[in-house]
Design a protein around this ligand. Structure first.
Ligand code: ADP
Ligand code: MG
Length: 241
């Protein structure tokens, strides 16, 4: 569903991504771990062309998205849902309107259609009862679940998560991870950057370790956590656990 081939990214003189190869098959949850500054966010942002790759190719659902002209990016971006550390909800709109807006503006759904889909998604993330609340009346964990509902309501082919729980108080993290796990069980294809190692062990099909702009190791969670090969990964795991 998502295939990254020989991806390189340079900012001026700095090489931030070096020959990245990565595949996420349909329905897989692939986890990306690695120290701060290793290029995880830049890699995710290349997957919907929020960053322009310097070279290499990215395929999503059979389409080579690195070849799409800039003026045609909007349509491609609908295929790629993204959830960040911050929730970026519209503060003056209700939760329901937040989840409806892009469905109407970007997908051209009718309002009743968008509302039905929004309520279905809010129900899925356990927040149907908050449909008419404002984002400021919700906890951080609830706001992040609304952000996930909003992204998934657009029926993306793949969901990208960049440290979705890093800004949350510890007691709110579990509810967001639970929603992510349920999404996976429904068959969503997901690429997740996160430091939640226990979640990776439990829910990831594959774990990718990045350091210094390279993919150093990748494999099933049992291998990556139980039998790390490289010194860099061993050092990283000893620091985070
Ligand atoms: P991570 O998400 O793993 O912490 P990032 O992808 O955010 O890493 O950053 C990787 C490297 O790229 C860092 O050294 C960072 O300073 C650099 N970088 C990221 N964005 C930019 C930018 N817009 N301009 C210049 N350097 C950048
Ligand atoms: Mg980052």
């Amino acid at each position: 569903m998502l295939e990254i081939h020989a991806l390189e990214k340079r900012f001026d003189q700095t090489e931030v991504l070096k020959n990245i190869d990565l595949k996420v098959r349909e329905g897989e949850l692939v986890f990306v771990i690695g120290p701060s500054g290793s290029g995880k966010s830049t890699m995710l942002r290349c997957c919907n062309r929020l960053e322009e790759p310097t070279s290499g190719a990215i395929m999503i659902d059979g389409e080579r998205i690195t070849d799409i002209p800039r003026r045609d990016l909007d349509k491609m971006r609908l295929k790629v849902g993204m959830v960040f550390q911050g929730f970026h909800l519209y503060p003056h709109m209700s939760v329901l309107k937040n989840v409806m807006l892009a469905q109407v503006k970007a997908l051209g759904r009718s309002k009743p259609e968008a509302e039905a889909r929004a309520l279905e998604m809010l129900d899925q993330v356990g927040l149907k009862h908050k449909a008419h609340a404002k984002p400021s009346e919700l906890s951080g964990g609830q706001q992040q679940r609304v952000a996930i509902a909003r992204a998934v309501a657009l029926d993306p082919k793949v969901m990208l998560f960049d440290e979705p729980t890093s800004a949350l108080d510890p007691e709110l993290v579990g509810s967001v991870l639970k929603v992510m796990k349920e999404l996976r069980e429904k068959g969503m294809t997901m690429l997740v950057v996160s430091h939640e190692m226990a979640f990776a062990r439990e829910a990831a099909d594959r774990v990718v370790f990045m350091d210094g702009g390279y993919v150093i190791e990748q494999g099933p969670p049992e291998e990556i956590f139980g039998n790390p090969q490289s010194e860099r990964l061993k050092t990283f795991l000893s620091r985070v656990s």
